[in-house]
Design a protein around this ligand. Structure first.
Ligand SMILES: NC(=O)c1ccc[n+]([C@@H]2O[C@H](COP(=O)([O-])OP(=O)(O)OC[C@H]3O[C@@H](n4cnc5c(N)ncnc54)[C@H](O)[C@@H]3O)[C@@H](O)[C@H]2O)c1
Length: 353
């Protein structure tokens, strides 16, 4: 994929500061709905090409996520090429902040893999176009709180669509990944009366589950989880959880989880439809996190952000209904609604004021 061959991004900016070792690419997919918002991934890519590929993919994904989340924000993302443990420094982050500032508000940055709220506090010393800051600086803090809340809302909507009730009481829900989001999700599920089965590769996460929720059953790994007798599968670890091996083996009737990019490749969404498994699209149900950090732009208000994240329930229902009436997969229905909003609301800016 190249910037011009792909042909869909508005702007891609390469930023270099030799002294600090900064090599960053900022990708702006669309500003149709407002300034592009998306985090900064700090990662030791194998090549410049790989970094570019990632930023193009991720910024496109953010445009769709922000559009469906009902935000007045476009889609963007940035990557910093390098090992954060080796090269992250005050001067590098501030140099990066100056490049963000130079875009004059076309792009707002935030945290992603390899960057943390404290890093955004440093970036913010050079730019006002940054969110996802620490609570001490008026930031939204840990975005996994509303991410988990939104996933729970998406799961409830899928349950209502499939079983006629949003309650997960008595349903067996398999959670793969007891990290920041998985832990909060387990709390919501237990409170709702679901039977939770979970797994994690990290012993500490399993110890947490045993100590906090002794009623949660733990299984050896994700394979054991998907082949066990579960009603709902919630992938909350890495991407690619739904692939040619896992989908045929899956026993759940619903998939709703926090992980990004759950569909390993194009065509998996059809495999899910063929197997009668209801898939609540990942970028829709996990948008509570971006809703939380986006709220910071107007001065953070947790209750307001939570209300917006609760709307993921309505949007999920709407998408599952659209998929049924149009005879398309929920993933395609989500893309269609996101594109529709970008076109319809984006068009309004052509009315000169
Ligand atoms: N944190 C957010 O606000 C947010 C927002 C949107 C999407 N997401 C996505 O949700 C997912 C989880 O995010 P997080 O913030 O909780 O991350 P995290 O790193 O805190 O948690 C991930 C957990 O998954 C476990 N894990 C890794 N590989 C596993 C495997 N093969 N089987 C079982 N468990 C495994 C890890 O040990 C860890 O406990 C990620 O895909 C992330 O991109 C997170």
């Amino acid at each position: 994929m190249g910037v011009f061959t792909d042909g869909s991004h508005e702007q891609v900016v390469f930023c270099q500061d030799r002294a600090s070792g900064l090599k960053a690419i900022i990708g702006i997919y669309s500003t149709a709905l407002g300034p592009a918002l998306g985090g900064t991934r700090f990662y030791p890519y194998a090549s410049e090409d790989e970094a570019l590929h990632d930023v193009l993919d991720l910024s496109r994904g953010m445009a769709y996520k922000n559009a469906l989340a009902g935000l007045d924000l476009g889609g963007g993302k940035a990557v910093i090429w390098g090992d954060p443990d080796q090269i992250k420094s005050e001067q590098l982050l501030r140099a990066y902040g100056r490049f963000v500032q130079s875009l004059g508000g076309r792009y707002y940055t935030a945290c992603d893999v390899g960057t943390y709220v404290q890093d955004m506090d440093i970036v913010a010393r050079e730019t006002q176009f940054v969110t996802g800051r620490s609570v001490e600086y008026g930031g939204a803090g840990d975005s996994s709180i509303l991410t988990a809340w939104g996933v729970f809302q998406g799961m409830r909507a899928a349950s209502e669509h499939r079983w006629g009730t949003p309650s997960l009481k008595g349903k067996r829900v398999g959670v793969a990944g007891l990290g920041k989001v998985g832990k909060y999700l387990v709390a919501h599920l237990v409170e709702d009366g679901a039977e939770v089965v979970a797994t994690d590769v990290h012993p500490k996460a399993l110890e947490w589950a045993k100590a906090t929720y002794p009623q949660v059953s733990l299984v050896a790994d994700a394979t054991a989880l998907i082949t066990s007798d579960i009603d709902v599968y919630a992938p909350c670890a890495l991407g690619g959880a739904l692939n040619d091996d896992t989908v045929p083996a899956l026993r759940a009737q619903i998939v709703a989880g926090a992980a990004n990019n759950q569909l390993a490749h194009t065509g998996i969404e059809k495999l899910l439809v063929d197997r009668g498994i209801l898939y609540a699209p990942d970028y829709l149900v996990n948008s509570g996190g971006v809703i939380q950090v986006a709220d910071e732009i107007d001065g953070f208000n947790f209750e307001r952000a939570k209300l917006r994240a609760t709307k993921i329930y309505d949007t999920t229902k709407r998408i599952l209904e659209l998929a049924d009436t149009e005879g398309i997969s929920p993933a395609s229905a989500a893309d269609r609604l996101a594109e529709q909003r970008m076109a319809e609301v984006g068009r309004l800016r052509t009315i000169r004021i």
